[in-house]
Design a protein around this ligand. Structure first.
Ligand code: ADP
Length: 331
């Protein structure tokens, strides 16, 4: 599909070039012929003035002009041929370059659709099987049926969470989306995110220390920044050991606000660090832990939000030694 599009685009570049070349060639040809004709008649006038009227040898003037015309046409054809040949190659190269980002975007979207369908298919299939088995079971008691329904509701909730995350990620890829920015208190946003995870943290007896002052302000999309800190703090609690500590601190420079979220959790192995921001990536450690369910979408959303704010997100971590996520956002 893209090779065909590349050839079509090359053809269009060449058609435009050829129209321009024909126009210029005709203009140059007319100009030169006019010059040659003027040159011939001026010369004849000059010679006749000096030596008297000349007898035409055959049709010398006309022949001279025709010969010049012939040469001009050949020269222009050769020059045009060379230009078209070189431009053909260049156009093909440029068409490839123009289509490259579009190709990457389409491939990305296809991968996103395939990955998403794959993630949705497995829980849907297990839900379906559980219900079909229950339907065939004639001796199922009311208690068992209730248990099955509550299990299914849990599964449906997870599917809902997955579809919400997929929608959030898809909406952030929308190129036509308007950028909404406003001045707001980053400190308040972080405080609110800490409140959101406080019940979860309390369950695991995790202490969250928030050192970001509420008067810390920034420009950006407040809803997205809220989502970013909800994701990072949710992960910090999710992957932390019981009775541990999460530290949130801020470093300010003239250009950036640097927020550090440090936990004492399971950590991330050296080989997994470059992959944790990829869509649907979950480390083996995260997968093997029953309490930490997830879809591997949080950090890819976080990365997109930070990139949309012209910031950076990095992580320092060692397996078993906790992780520190560092977010740099322009002031
Ligand atoms: P999810 O948490 O739903 O699996 P994320 O995209 O948020 O998806 O995270 C991707 C992976 O990065 C997680 O599966 C986990 O392996 C790792 N990870 C993220 N945050 C932490 C953290 N604070 N501590 C340890 N591992 C983490």
């Amino acid at each position: 599909m893209f090779n065909k599009a590349r050839l079509k685009l090359t053809a269009w570049y060449l058609i435009i070039l050829m129209v321009v070349l024909v126009f210029f060639s005709l203009t140059i040809h007319n100009m030169l012929i006019r010059q040659v004709t003027t040159f011939v008649s001026d010369n004849r006038a000059r010679v006749e003035k000096r030596f008297g009227p000349m007898q035409s040898v055959g049709n010398w003037d006309k022949e001279f002009i025709e010969d010049a015309n012939h040469r001009i046409i050949i020269t222009l054809a050769v020059i045009n041929g060379i230009i078209i040949l070189v431009s053909g190659g260049l156009s093909f190269f440029l068409a490839g370059k123009t289509l490259k980002p579009i190709r990457k975007m389409v491939e990305d979207q296809n991968r996103f659709i395939t990955d998403s369908s794959h993630e949705l298919r497995t829980p849907l299939a297990s839900l379906k099987i559980a219900m079909e088995v229950a339907l065939r079971d004639k001796e199922m008691t009311l208690k068992e049926a209730r248990e099955l329904i509550s299990d299914n509701i849990l599964e449906v909730n997870r599917l809902q969470e997955l579809s919400n995350r997929l929608l959030s990620l898809a909406s952030k890829q929308d190129l036509n989306k308007q950028k909404i920015t406003e001045k707001f208190s980053l400190g308040e946003v972080i405080k609110e995110s800490v409140k959101n995870i406080s019940a979860l943290a309390k369950n695991k007896e995790i202490v969250v220390v928030n050192g970001v002052k509420t008067n810390t302000e920034m420009f950006g999309n407040i809803l997205e920044i809220k989502e970013l800190f909800n994701i990072l703090l949710d992960n910090a609690v999710k992957y932390s050991k019981e009775k541990s500590k999460i530290n949130i601190s801020l470093k300010e420079s003239s250009k950036y606000l640097e927020i550090h979220i440090k936990d004492q959790g399971i950590g991330i192995s050296y080989k997994d660090i470059p992959r944790i921001f990829d869509r649907f990536f979950r480390s083996d450690l995260a997968r093997s832990s029953e309490q930490t369910h997830g879809f591997g979408l949080g950090l890819s959303i976080a990365k997109k939000i930070v990139a949309d704010h012209d910031g950076f997100i990095t992580v320092k971590s060692k397996i078993g030694n906790g992780s520190t996520f560092i977010v740099q956002l322009p002031r």
